[in-house]
Design a protein. Structure first.
Length: 174
């Protein structure tokens, strides 16, 4: 059976949203919720997806890229074989400069968060829309929708207490 088929997607969302014994307690990255809502993905959303990659984006934004040898292409090995993907026609021949680096980063982030998983996301969105009418979710922004669908994550109180910063407070009254 094709995992992208319509009935499988409905079952997945039914399990995520159901309050019965089939409930799946899971959390997704912010771009996932944005896809479901039809919201635009931004460079900042990459931080939810891959914080280390986002650090690299910020570094490129804040520094000169002229001598890095970047082009409008990138190497992908997610399928097990290395391949060069052009983000624009003949992208491997177009150098990234200070003038076009924002466009380069926008296209790179779009590929990673959207184009790379486009078929899968389209199938998931179709299944989702069969269960939840659009007018039922139009009221929510991605953060609210994430909270509605997944709730608050469970936090380990011990780890939280380790993050505390010791403070001292001194008051003086005249």
């Amino acid at each position: 059976m094709n995992l992208l088929s319509f009935p499988v997607n409905i079952l997945i969302f039914k399990a995520i949203m159901s309050e019965n014994e089939y409930f799946i307690n899971c959390y997704f990255v912010r771009p996932f919720y944005k896809h479901l809502l039809g919201s635009q993905i931004t460079l900042q959303d990459v931080n939810h997806f891959d914080p280390k990659f986002y650090e690299g984006i910020v570094c490129l934004l804040n520094n000169d890229v002229t001598d890095l040898g970047l082009t409008f292409s990138f190497e992908d090995s997610s399928s097990g074989t290395r391949r060069v993907i052009d983000m624009v026609p003949n992208g491997s021949l177009i150098p990234v400069t200070e003038e076009n680096k924002k466009e380069y980063l926008r296209r790179l982030c779009y590929f990673i968060t959207t184009q790379n998983v486009e078929k899968q996301m389209q199938a998931i969105v179709r299944g989702f829309k069969k269960i939840v009418p659009k007018q039922a979710i139009n009221l929510f922004n991605p953060s609210e929708f994430e909270l509605l669908l997944s709730g608050l994550p469970d936090y380990d109180g011990k780890k939280f207490s380790e993050l505390r910063v010791p403070m001292s407070l001194s008051l003086s009254f005249s």
